[in-house]
Design a protein around this ligand. Structure first.
Ligand SMILES: *Cc1c(COP(=O)(O)O)cnc(C)c1O
Length: 363
């Protein structure tokens, strides 16, 4: 590949010495699970997200599942989830025995359509999960207004949106709780699995802190049926290093995205995503009529394009029993059928957008 889809190696080489020193510190302390590196990362990440609390957990899916448990969501309950997202946004609620109720996304941005939420609310609805897909915040003002009318909490799935803003407010501080993934390929990624939860709610934070560690606040005093979803100290130490670079990486992503916008603007073959302001561009997604042909040409030109995501949630085998039909979520189906994710990361070669445009121009 001349332009790979992601290039974790380029980023690692730029921060190699700092990362290795941070890992050495953990080895010297011999404190490998939770502990001072995790506590320090939690404080730094909470500050970064303009949130009162942050908790390190094992991964992004666990972050969502823990929040569901912490809010008492369980069998018989429903949670509203956008039809176009990564499976984890719905799976977390299935894991606690609740039912995801899907709502279509917008045609412009692939974000949950606030205007369609109200029709999906029933007496069983316990929460709305707002997914900040592709690095852009969902329209939280509109979603919060609907939620408030029905007394429902909003859970942010911010796994793709570290540092994204919505009307001057930061992802992680916009709902009752916000769930992050630090999977290696995310905008802020560890060198292994890791996740986090932000909240401004003291009581919820305390419940979640105990739930991630066997339901005990004090060792061997188990107040709740908790689980093990602790963050490794090594991941926390690495994430502390990388958090210091995140704003610089985000600025570079935004510049590359602006370049893509410019070079793709005059191509009638390409439908660009209308990213909401404040996006951190986890992915740069376009839509084309003949995706197979476009992907083949991009790959032949050495450009590592991908698909996020090839199926809407109601098209997934595991969710067949939800009983949805083809055509129920036309926008989500359109994104699933036609979207292509172009390479985008801080270290993207400067000429990548022009190379991509040259291929797509002759589709
Ligand atoms: C990555 C991701 C998750 C899950 O995170 P993991 O750390 O992989 O468990 C959840 N939601 C969205 C939108 C994601 O992109």
């Amino acid at each position: 590949m001349i332009v790979p889809f992601v290039d974790l190696k380029a980023q690692y080489l730029a921060i190699r010495d700092e990362v290795r020193a941070a890992i050495d510190t953990v080895f010297d302390q011999c404190e490998f699970v939770l502990g001072q590196e995790v506590t320090a990362f939690e404080a730094e990440f909470a500050r970064y997200c303009h949130a009162k609390h942050a908790l390190g957990v094992a991964n992004g899916l666990d972050a969502l599942t823990l929040v569901a448990r912490g809010l008492g969501i369980g069998p018989g309950d429903e949670v509203i989830v956008p039809a176009m997202t990564f499976i984890a946004s719905a799976l977390a609620f299935s894991q606690v025995g609740a039912t995801p109720v899907l709502v279509d996304v917008t045609s412009d941005s692939a974000l949950i359509d606030p205007a369609r939420i109200e029709a999906a609310i029933t007496p069983r609805t316990k929460a709305i999960c707002a997914v900040h897909l592709y690095g852009q915040c969902a329209d939280m003002a509109a979603i919060t207004a609907v939620a408030a009318r029905h007394g429902l909490p909003v859970i942010e799935d911010a796994a793709q949106a570290h540092g994204a803003d919505d009307n001057g407010l930061r992802a992680g501080s916009l709902g009752l709780a916000a769930c992050f993934s630090f999977y290696p390929g995310k905008n802020l990624g560890g060198y292994g699995d890791a996740g986090g939860i932000c909240t401004n709610d003291d009581a919820l934070n305390e419940r979640l802190s105990s739930l991630r560690n066997y339901g005990a606040k004090v060792k061997y005093h188990h107040e709740q049926l908790g689980g093990n979803s602790r963050l490794d100290s090594i991941q926390a130490a690495i994430l502390r290093v990388k958090l210091r670079y995140l704003d610089g990486w985000t600025a570079a992503r935004r510049q590359h995205a602006a370049r893509y916008d410019a070079v793709l603007a005059d191509l009638p073959q390409v439908r660009r995503t209308i990213y909401r302001p404040g996006s951190v561009y986890h992915l740069y997604v376009i839509r084309v009529a003949d995706r197979d042909a476009a992907l083949t040409k991009l790959h032949q030109a050495g450009i590592g394009a991908g698909i996020h995501y090839p199926f809407a949630l109601h098209q997934q085998e595991c969710y067949r029993d939800l009983g949805y039909q083809p055509g129920d979520f036309p926008n989500a189906e359109d994104w699933a059928a036609h979207s292509i994710s172009l390479p985008l990361y801080a270290e993207l070669p400067e000429d990548a957008p022009e190379r991509v445009a040259a291929v797509l121009r002759v589709l």
